[in-house]
Structure formats: C-alpha cells, structure tokens
Design a protein around this ligand. Structure first.
Ligand SMILES: [Zn+2]
Length: 198
C-alpha cells in the first residue's frame, strides 16, 4: 500500500486518486503569486463540500456553505449575494488568495487530526517556504493551534493573520451557530495586513 504525501498514512489507490482530484480542482484557482494563504486543518470528507469543488449543482452541507460564504467576505461578498461559486473563486484567485490545508486529506477523528497536524508541521512549513511563498498566512481552523508556535519561531510571526493570537474558529456541523461569523474579522484583518504591507 502506498504512503500518501498529503496525510502521511498508508492508503489505497482510491485515496490517492481523491487527493489528486482535490489538488487539480484547487490548482485551477491557484494564483501565481499568493498574497494570502488561507490555511485550514484538513479538507471536508465529502467532495461536494470541497472549497474548490468541481460540481456546483450539488448542495453543500450547512457547515460547508457557511465556511464558503464567510471566506467570500474576504473578497467583498455579503451574505445573500447571488454571485455563483465560480465567480467568487475567480475573484479569490484574482486577489492572490489561496486556500490550502495542513493535512491534505480528510481526517474523521479529531484526535487523529490533532496528531497529524503536529506530525506534519515540518512539512507544512516547507510547503509555505518553498511552494506557496505567500505574503501572509491566515490560520482558519482551531485545530491549527499547535502550528502557531512553529510558524512564529520560523520567521512567520509578523506575517500570521490570527484572531486574538489564535486561529480563527471555523464552523463544524456541531457548532454552526457559535462559529458562524468568522468572515468579518477575517476580512478586516486581511485588509489591514495587506494595507500595511504595500
Ligand atoms: Zn492522504
């Protein structure tokens, strides 16, 4: 069984294929120069919930829809805007924004996810420094907390976009209400970071 580059686990061919599909969908909207990397912990388990998903005819889960709409605020979209996903993603790309994951495969168990985030920290740092090379990194999953000190002690301290010193808290199906509104503070912080930078 092959080892997956995305999550470090021993996996079957189907797993590798799904990972490649996710990367292909994301790559379509990858900016040449990344201004802000939106870093989340791991992709959703349903392909229809993927941020850069292919088929937009499928309805997203509630948490996935909130996640997408809140992120869309960073390109100036308001709730209820009728822009389709393709248009939003194109604008996201045009601004130099890109969404990526610390662990590049869906991980069901929160304990496993925490372990994988910690284990893959050196690899995430390498991807930041050699592949994405963004001006800023916005940490948008509470599960990324263990990575924050790693980033801070590796020259990213000034270029991390956080909320009160911690990652932005994004919604899950269980706490949809509580974390639903991360998009406004995130959009504000990004605007400020980019204004200071230029
Ligand atoms: Zn994997």
């Amino acid at each position: 069984m092959p080892l997956c580059d995305g999550c470090g686990a021993q996996v079957d061919e189907g797993h590798i294929r799904s990972r490649i599909e996710r990367l292909e969908h994301a790559t379509r909207f990858r900016p040449i120069h990344i201004q802000v990397l939106f870093l989340a912990a791991a992709p959703p388990s349903q392909p229809g919930d993927d941020f850069y998903r292919a088929a937009t005819s499928v309805k997203r889960s509630a948490a996935s829809q909130v996640f997408f709409d809140e992120i869309a605020k960073s390109v100036g979209h308001k709730p209820g805007d009728t822009a389709d996903e393709e248009t939003t993603l194109t604008e996201f790309q045009r601004r130099g924004f890109y969404l990526a994951y610390a662990v590049e495969c869906p991980i069901q168990s929160p304990i496993q996810l925490a372990a994988d985030v910690a284990k893959l920290a050196p690899r995430v740092l390498l991807r930041l420094n050699t592949s994405y090379k963004p001006k800023f990194v916005a940490a948008i999953s509470q599960e990324l907390q263990p990575l924050i000190p790693v980033f801070q002690s590796n020259s990213w301290a000034e270029r991390l976009i956080l909320q009160n010193g911690a990652p932005f808290e994004t919604p899950t199906e269980d706490n949809l209400q509580h974390h639903a509104e991360f998009g406004d503070p995130l959009a504000d912080s990004i605007t400020k970071a980019l204004a200071h930078h230029s």
